[in-house]
Design a protein around this ligand. Structure first.
Ligand code: BGC
Length: 369
């Protein structure tokens, strides 16, 4: 790395030539040199298409050449994407892994090439080949989802349905950890009664869970981040329970895509009289669901900030500066220096202020606002 920094002025010069030659800004494709490679997990979820768009917006006037590739939920494709970018001479790799542990091999190949690796939103685990991590406060995301259920609970014995993200994603554990810390006292005092996980039921007296314990619960209630799987699980759960586990219920749904799928199932059950359900990502479809009263809340993670932080870090590295970080995350192998961003709870009350007045979305994209 040290040796490499010496060549940065030369590299800059070459890059400037490349930039002016191809008039390049955001997503370059085809051959040629690329300085920042970006790999995102899938195009099939609006969350990551949103990140792509925000990267393009942020890089529109940039002097750096970048390329964004999607891994389509496959670690093999992800590795291939990284190799493609390495062949194009990237100096910095920004990567949100499909599977945090499986991505180790890809980033180790990048490190071997002297590339600086920035884990984006999702932490790459069990490897030393990660230099930085830019992320939202994921424990706070789960805590905010759970707090919303607590704040909207009235009475006691409320059936609580738990759902979680994919266990291959470190974030799924962080979200669940934050949610459990907030929910557990309310399960212990009888406000909530767990309706769909015998593992969670067995652990209900433990304020803090180990990763293995969370893994057991996730094994029962994972959605794998897949709305179809979420829908099927919700249907199975509602079929399995009696009327006493219906009525007014609370649902911890890990993100917007799965929340809408689960909400649709609960809305169709005649024995469910009302439900409060969480979400995450402020996806447009879920904003409409919130306006329509079909989803209760979402956790807004302003992707513009994450993108700005990731690019800022990459540019610092390219300029030979040390990126600013605010803490660290242990990934099972090393402490990775991290920059973390706060999140905002959005429901019907503040949706207009947080998402329209802030310029994140256009009012015309929604009806009934
Ligand atoms: C992200 C969420 C996203 C989920 C599914 C998580 O790692 O932090 O924003 O909804 O993956 O893609």
């Amino acid at each position: 790395m040290k040796g490499k920094l010496k060549f940065i002025p030369v590299l800059f010069f070459i890059m400037m030539l490349v930039v002016s030659a191809v008039g390049c800004s955001s997503s370059t494709s085809g051959g040629g040199e690329v300085s920042i490679g970006i790999v995102l997990p899938t195009k099939d979820e609006p969350r990551w298409v949103q990140d792509e768009q925000r990267f393009k917006d942020a890089l529109a006037d940039s002097d750096y050449t970048t390329e964004i590739l999607f891994s389509q939920g496959s670690s093999a494709k992800e590795k291939e994407n990284v190799e493609t970018l390495l062949n194009k001479g990237i100096d910095v790799l920004i990567i949100a892994p499909h599977d945090g542990a499986a991505a180790g091999a890809a980033v180790e190949a990048a490190k071997k090439d002297g590339v600086t690796v920035i884990s984006y939103d999702r932490l790459i685990t069990e490897t030393e080949a990660v230099d930085y991590y830019v992320t939202f406060d994921s424990i706070a995301v789960g805590a905010a989802q759970a707090q919303y259920l607590v704040d909207n609970a009235s009475g006691s014995g409320i059936p609580l349905y738990l759902y979680a993200g994919a266990s291959s994603d470190n974030n799924a554990f962080l979200f669940f950890e934050g949610a459990w810390k907030t929910l557990q006292p309310k399960i212990a005092d009888g406000t909530f009664v767990i309706a769909n996980s015998s593992e969670a039921e067995g652990l209900k007296d433990k304020a803090e869970l180990t990763r293995d314990e969370m893994g057991k619960i996730l094994g029962q209630v994972t959605t794998n981040w897949d709305p179809n799987e979420a829908k099927n699980k919700a249907q199975t759960h509602l079929t399995a329970v009696g009327a006493d586990a219906k009525g007014d219920v609370a649902v911890l749904a890990p993100n917007d895509g799965t929340s809408r799928a689960i909400a649709d199932v609960f809305a169709q059950d005649p024995e469910v009289s009302s439900y409060v359900i969480s979400g995450q990502d402020a996806e447009k479809a879920s904003i409409q669901y919130i306006i329509d009263g079909k989803q209760s809340m979402t956790v807004f993670k302003d992707v513009r900030t994450l993108v700005t932080d990731a690019i800022g870090m990459a540019v610092d590295v390219l300029d030979g500066n040390t990126p600013e970080t605010t803490g660290s995350y242990n990934n099972g192998a090393v402490d990775v220096n991290a920059k973390q961003t706060d999140v905002i709870v959005v429901d019907q009350e503040n949706v207009k202020q947080e998402l329209i007045e802030s310029g994140y979305y256009e009012e015309s994209e929604f009806s009934g606002l």
